[in-house]
Design a protein around this ligand. Structure first.
Ligand code: SF4
Ligand code: SF4
Length: 518
């Protein structure tokens, strides 16, 4: 194609506007949040290339490469169009230099125009309902999430583990409070992990997808020189997420071997089939074959399952009946449905499984914790004591990521539940009434004609609002097959289907507003 210079400039700028809006602007949204690779054009291929350079590359890195390439592409198009137009004119005075400078000027102009249009879309939401990253970041910055009890009681200082419990047939005695590492990913987190270990915590729960491998890397540094006294659990999972049913034996083995490298150890004590939502995943032959091979090679000692799905009862019963699992990790906290207590009891009595309670803080709605200051103990301590008051529970995992957590949580170790604790828990329940969705419940799911995963949507909202995991919440929400955009125009047959009184439609609409740009 050969154009006149003026036409070349106009065409270049038009391309810049279109590419700026539909390509660069699109990536500008996707890149900060590091969304699923399928959200990018050629995302999987681009990610494979990025992973060759940096094996633990996050989606955001491959996305950034695409963002850069898309901007450079706009400039290149402008340059080529202008260059060919200038050459066509066959300038008499220094044609080559003049042509180059003019082409470079058009290229630069195209990049600036594409950048401005992209920013208008990505940051300010022009053309997509006026909601862009600016509103999302305002949403994040305007909220304060209290991650610890608002006051720190001097009595807690230096608290250490006071109780070790038998961990089922693993033969271990583990600290009643387990170091959860979902938020540990840097030097500060590493220090917190070391503090917890120094105070007697001997069980560490990590996963490749916690902070996109940041957790395993930090734990690898924290346990250096003291590996033997510790029980380390990780998951069959990559930094990008869980392995699905039907993954190959080689894939299952490869992710565990990558975990061993990050953790700087020859073996892990436990590997979970993580966040297991179906019996298919639980009993996937390849996962079990991979575990058997890894065990024979001395790389993994025990097999576990973790679950907080509406299919939890089916998954948990199958896990117990199979006899394959040494450990079970379940969402278990005060006010939880009664059948869980029975499953936990059978796991112990029938298979001598170790039982780990997770999600112990029941939503961690810390914002209201100032209300609990009149009580001697923190809400977190009351919640841990409630969980551990069930003698069939071997230990409770909770996320540590601030130095105060070490004092605050370990102060609950070995302590009995008191009347004051129960008063704290009841007050908490009143506070979260109508807002806390028990992720494993699923009682409302059959009422939704759209088949929305209501529990998952509300769990991702909880990550954003209550845990302060804004990126994870948005990322996971974007990966759901269906989202809550349809709720606004629905007649809401879900109304009244929640035994906890959650106004589902309102909460779902709010979740969609919070977790997306649309
Ligand atoms: S309001 Fe939303 S969650 Fe409720 S039934 Fe309609 S689509 Fe489903
Ligand atoms: S909204 Fe209510 S019924 Fe639905 S999963 Fe959550 S707690 Fe259960």
């Amino acid at each position: 194609m050969s154009l006149k210079p003026r036409t070349a400039i106009i065409v270049s700028l038009l391309i810049a506007v279109l590419a700026g809006y539909f390509v660069v602007g699109h990536y500008l949204y996707k890149v900060p949040i590091g969304l699923d690779q399928s959200g990018f054009v050629a995302g999987k291929a681009m990610h494979s290339i990025a992973a060759l350079i940096k094996p633990d590359a996050k989606n955001a890195l491959s996305g950034a490469v695409l963002l850069f390439l898309s901007v450079a592409g706009v400039g290149l198009v402008g340059f080529v169009l202008m260059r060919s137009a200038m050459r066509r004119r066959q300038e008499s005075i220094d044609p080559s230099r003049r042509s180059f400078l003019a082409s470079a000027g058009v290229a630069l102009g195209s990049v600036v125009v594409a950048g401005a249009v992209a920013a208008a879309r990505g940051l300010f939401g022009v053309g997509q309902g006026g909601k862009g990253w600016k509103e999302i970041s305002d949403n994040i910055n305007d909220r304060t999430v209290a991650f610890t009890n608002p006051t720190w009681n001097p009595e807690w200082k230096g608290a250490t583990v006071q109780s070790y419990r038998r961990f089922g047939r693993t033969g271990w005695n583990v600290s009643d409070i387990v170091l959860g590492t979902g938020r540990i990913n840097d030097e500060d987190g590493e220090k917190v992990a070391r503090m917890a270990i120094d105070r007697g915590v001997n069980y560490i729960d990590t996963s490749p997808d916690y902070s996109a491998a940041g957790s395993e890397n930090a734990i690898g540094r924290a346990i250096k020189g003291q590996r033997d006294g510790l029980f380390i659990a990780t998951k069959f999972c990559s930094p990008l997420g869980h392995l699905g049913a039907g993954s190959s034996v080689a894939d299952y083995k490869a992710v565990v071997e990558a975990s061993l490298v990050r953790l700087g150890t020859d073996y892990v004590d436990l590997c979970h089939i993580h966040s297991c939502d179906t019996v298919d995943r639980l009993m996937d032959e390849n996962a079990h074959e991979a575990f058997d091979q890894l065990k024979a090679e001395g790389k993994v000692r025990f097999l576990g399952v973790s679950s907080h799905t509406p299919n939890l009862v089916e998954v948990a019963n199958t896990a117990v009946a199979s006899g394959r699992f040494d450990v079970m990790m379940l969402a278990y906290h005060h006010g939880i449905w009664s059948s869980l207590g029975e499953i936990i009891s059978r796991a112990r009595s029938e298979q001598d499984m170790g039982v780990v309670a997770m999600k112990t803080l029941k939503g961690a709605k810390h914002q209201g914790l100032t209300d609990f200051q009149e009580y001697a103990d923190a809400y977190s301590q009351a919640a841990l004591k409630w969980t551990l008051s069930n003698e069939d529970v071997s230990c409770a995992v909770i996320s540590f990521f601030k130095p105060q957590h070490v004092d605050e949580y370990l102060y609950a170790s070995g302590k009995a539940l008191t009347k004051d604790d129960i008063a704290v828990l009841e007050q908490y329940d009143r506070r979260v009434a109508g807002a806390y969705c028990a992720p494993h419940c699923g009682a409302c799911l059959g009422s939704c004609p759209e088949g929305l995963p209501i529990n998952d949507v509300l769990r991702h909202r909880m990550y954003f609002e209550d845990y302060g995991w804004e990126k994870e919440g948005m990322q996971r929400y974007s990966q759901l097959g269906k989202n809550a955009s349809v709720c606004a125009s629905c007649s809401a047959p879900c109304l009244g289907s929640c035994p906890l009184g959650i106004p589902i439609q309102k909460r779902m609409e709010g979740a969609h507003r919070l977790l997306t740009l649309s």
